[in-house]
Design a protein around this ligand. Sequence first.
Ligand code: TMP
Length: 207
Amino acid sequence: MRSNPFIVFEGIDGSGKSTQIRLLEEYLNARGHRVWRTAEPSDGPAGKLIRQVFSGAYPADDRVVAGLFVADRLEHILHAENGMQKALNEGYTILCDRYYLSSYAYQGVHMPLDWVMQANSMAASLLKPDLHIYLDLSPEKALERIRKGREDRELYETMDNLSRVHSLYAQLIKDLAGRENILYIDADQGPQNVHMKILEGLDKRWS
Ligand code: TMP
């Protein structure tokens, strides 16, 4: 793994990604790393459109949503000022909330998975994560957390969809293990324990 890795956090809504990203950022900052924290959808034009679709501002076909994520991802990689490639070249460690595994898991529920992977293959060949950290939490527990913390999410998240996304993630984590560097974490053990497990997993790969 390079000295300033590109690390992506994955998992269903409610799995605790943002908390873990914050804890890891604090940890790395305290050790002198320059960290660049980012997320998809990004703040670019395609990302803005995606948020409008999710908020119900206007309807969009599933294929359009998938296409918007591909567009957002390419811009997120290549943008001259805010691009991830540029940040990596400048020596930043990137902590990214969601990347193409999210597209596989979320869009793969509605469309053939091969199609989704093909649509994202350009991003995968331009910039692969050095590590995907997958936070695994059951849909029941995730929805419980969502209900407690972020009521707005329920606008577009249902138990049924969350379950389907979760099982697709489980399948992907198995199938892609040979091709992608994936750190599997059981996210049902309290934020500090999860953080420690992440540090242990990182320690083995990144020296
Ligand atoms: P988040 O801001 O909580 O991560 O929400 C983003 C939503 O977008 C989440 O429900 C997952 C979804 N999503 C996709 O459907 N495809 C993708 O490629 C990405 C990055 C996110």
